[in-house]
Design a protein around this ligand. Structure first.
Ligand code: URA
Length: 209
């Protein structure tokens, strides 16, 4: 059973919301790749469709597929804590979606044909919302927007100027929270410490908008 929530009533009336809803319904009926046959729910988005900040993850996992919402498992809970550490919440500040909207079996990485099939939905989300900042969470999201520009360890925390595809948004690759869950150290230079630097830089940029 999906726990997808309709946005707050005042947002439901906006043109942006209606356009997103049209895309979500098209996605609900999508069977362009085989993930459409094994999913329980599509996982379209969560958070607020705001023009400031969007986060793009990889693909739904077990809990996301069950609930129809992105980042609700352990990794998602950590992601919420990371945002909250700088005063941001998904309900008020961030639109969250994934590169691929259906769960790949056994949580494997999405295949190229699956990413290709799903691109129209992600592209539509970007085109409708036109966020000023896009966080690319993990390698799959980085590759889908920036191509093969290097591993996440080298490029995380750097700003990239997005081209026309993303309406000139500023892009920052960040570690995926499931990687942080596997690396518990908080010492200087550790993935968690680096994430802390990155989220502060993101908040500085967010505050300028
Ligand atoms: N990991 C992702 O990249 N997305 C989710 O929605 C959940 C886990």
């Amino acid at each position: 059973m999906s726990s997808y929530e309709l946005p707050l009533p005042h947002l439901r009336m906006t043109k942006k919301y209606e356009e997103l809803e049209t895309i979500r319904i098209r996605c609900l009926n999508c069977h362009k790749c085989s993930l459409g046959d094994t999913r329980n729910n599509i996982v379209f988005s969560d958070g607020i469709p705001n023009p400031k900040l969007m986060l793009i993850g990889e693909a739904p996992g077990f809990y996301e597929d069950k609930e129809g919402k992105p980042f609700v498992g352990k990794a998602g809970q950590l992601l919420d804590k990371i945002f909250e550490s700088v005063g941001l919440t998904r309900k008020r500040d961030v639109y969250i979606c994934n590169t691929v909207k259906c769960r790949p079996p056994e949580n494997r990485n999405p295949e190229p044909n699956e990413k290709e099939a799903c691109w129209e939905f992600l592209k539509a989300q970007i085109d409708i919302i036109q966020p000023k900042i896009i966080l690319l969470c993990g390698n799959v999201a980085v590759q889908s927007i920036l191509g093969n520009i290097g591993g996440i360890t080298k490029i995380r925390g750097k700003w990239f100027n997005g081209g026309e595809n993303v309406h000139g948004a500023k892009l920052m690759p960040i570690f995926h929270p499931s990687y942080l869950l596997r690396n518990d150290s908080r010492e200087k230079g550790s993935p968690k410490w680096l994430m802390w630097q990155d989220i502060q830089e993101i908040k500085r940029e967010f505050d300028k908008l």
